[in-house]
Design a protein. Structure first.
Length: 99
């Protein structure tokens, strides 16, 4: 379980939440829980990166943004990330420096 924060884009308030990742041989699942709201559960048969994209789309419909490295503008997911980390890792890129 990872303690993270959501940003409410309407008023820029921060909302604490927990994100739990689970996988079995066929399915990758992310579950987001926050106080006073129904949990959000998304699944993918590809990897966690695909699941994270689905979670982002769901949160954007609710005018929310999850604060995590995978959503940063300077985040880069290599082509080997799905094989090496099941889509759970990324590189944070600094202009002018090698990845």
């Amino acid at each position: 379980m990872h303690d993270l924060e959501l940003v409410n884009l309407a008023d820029e308030s921060l909302l604490p939440c927990q994100v739990t990742a689970q996988n079995d041989d066929e399915t990758y699942e992310l579950r987001l829980n926050r106080a006073g709201a129904s949990s959000i559960k998304v699944r993918s048969s590809i990897d966690f990166e695909d699941t994270l994209r689905q979670l982002r789309a769901e949160l954007q419909q609710q005018n929310l943004l999850l604060l995590c490295n995978g959503f940063r503008r300077d985040a880069f997911v290599s082509s080997m990330s799905p094989q090496m980390s099941e889509g759970l890792s990324c590189y944070l890129v600094v202009t002018g420096e090698p990845v």
